[in-house]
Ligand binder design. Structure first.
Ligand SMILES: *Cc1c(COP(=O)(O)O)cnc(C)c1O
Length: 396
């Protein structure tokens, strides 16, 4: 018997426009650092209501560059959510800072500002505020705390391109609000739009944007206004560049940015289709026992990246492994987002973080399951997921 193809938990949506744009860039004069990168940055900034967008090789590079641009280094503590991908914390370690973790809110699964305040130490210099599953975290509260104490806010919006939230009667977009100093995005194939691999930093600060551009490309500044190298004594000119800071090669190609542009053109449709699927899931799963639906905070309009259920596996008399196996046998891929990052062996070994440091993130982890969610899912795919989950919950 043929088994049906597995519906993954996430995947890209690529059409003929994407393919044509990539081919055109491939045949153009510039494969990297060319006009398509600039056009993608301009369009991305506009779509996000941000003053600047700096496109880079991937979302992890975006976080690393954001740390460097913000001047975070050794001796600094950086607090993030344990309910995130490794990179949100690792970026602090890349620059020699200490990654620390504050517990989540049990409704939104995002960093809890009260827990953040309790975890704060005098050496805390940055918060990496992760917008989990596409829902923005409580940015005004996080920024109020961070700014009062002289720390920067780096919003890890890898899940949240196109998400909006309301604050005091006004609506704000990710990238277009005053509570993050730097916002990072990822364009990995499972994210809202893709460039294959790719990422970006958004900021409204001219100086930070210039620093991001430097760190993206070796720390180089071409024809600086005020040269500092002794070599400048022999004259400067069109060839002249200087490196005052140690940067990296985190550039993205024109080929990737061509894809990014055609993907951005469909962002609203992608978000709308994701919302439709979430609504269909919620309508059915709301009636299931031992199941908790994802919850949007008042005023939040998440561009849902993940659809995460909390399942009381004990109450159902089963385990997560059995559930994932049963769904896979029916052609449905699932995932677990996320293993609490403070419990990763690297962090346990380096800082002695233990179970109990972030109890809500730990409890959340033990019950979470991400179901398939991506715009290319057909209605039949959605129905297959709904039926399989419903049947499993009724007869595990
Ligand atoms: C995907 C992701 C990243 C890293 O992005 P890459 O493009 O894979 O490097 C960082 N943070 C979060 C929350 C992510 O989901």
């Amino acid at each position: 018997m043929n088994t049906p193809p597995v519906i993954p938990y996430g995947r890209q949506s690529i059409d003929d426009d994407d393919a044509a744009a990539v081919l055109k860039a491939l045949r153009s004069d510039f494969l990297t650092t060319g006009p398509v990168v600039q056009e993608f940055e301009r369009t991305l900034a506009e779509v996000c209501d941000a003053k600047h967008a700096v496109a880079v090789a991937n979302g992890t590079a975006a976080l690393h560059v954001a740390m460097l641009a913000a001047g975070i280094g050794s001796g600094a503590r950086v607090i993030t959510s344990p309910n995130t991908f490794l990179a949100s914390a690792n970026a602090a370690e890349f620059v020699g800072a200490t990654a620390d973790f504050a517990d989540i809110d049990d409704q939104t699964y995002n960093l809890n500002p009260t827990a953040l305040a309790a975890t704060w130490r005098p050496d805390t210099r940055a918060v990496v505020a992760v917008d989990f599953a596409g829902q923005t975290c409580d940015l005004p509260a996080i920024a109020a705390l961070a700014r009062e104490r002289g720390a920067v806010v780096i919003e890890d919006a890898a899940h949240a391109l196109g998400s909006t939230f309301a604050h005091e009667g006004q609506r704000y977009r990710v990238g277009g609000h005053p509570w993050a100093d730097l916002t990072t995005l990822s364009f990995h194939p499972v994210k809202t739009i893709t460039t294959g691999e790719g990422g970006a930093i958004l900021t409204n600060d001219d100086h930070l944007a210039a620093r991001c551009r430097e760190f993206r490309s070796h720390g180089m500044v071409r024809q600086p206004d005020q040269p500092h190298s002794p070599a400048a004594d022999w004259g400067t000119g069109p060839w002249y560049y200087e490196m005052a800071e140690l940067g990296f090669n985190y550039r993205i190609t024109d080929i990737q940015c061509a894809l990014g542009l055609t993907q951005l053109a469909r962002l609203d449709r992608f978000i709308a289709r994701r919302a439709e699927i979430v609504a269909a899931y919620n309508a059915t799963f709301a009636h299931l026992p031992h199941v908790t639906l994802p919850r949007a905070a008042p005023g939040a309009q998440p561009a849902w990246h993940l659809y995460v259920l909390q399942l009381d596996f004990d109450g159902l008399g089963t385990s997560r492994t059995a559930c994932m196996d049963a769904l896979r046998r029916r052609g449905i891929g699932t995932q677990v987002h996320y293993i609490p990052v403070h419990l990763q062996p690297y962090y346990v070994r380096k800082y002695g973080y233990t179970v109990g440091k972030c109890p809500l993130a730990e409890a959340y982890y033990r019950h979470c399951l991400s179901l398939p969610l991506y715009p290319a899912m057909s209605d039949a795919d959605v129905a297959r997921v709904i039926n399989a989950v419903t049947e499993f919950v009724h007869a595990p």
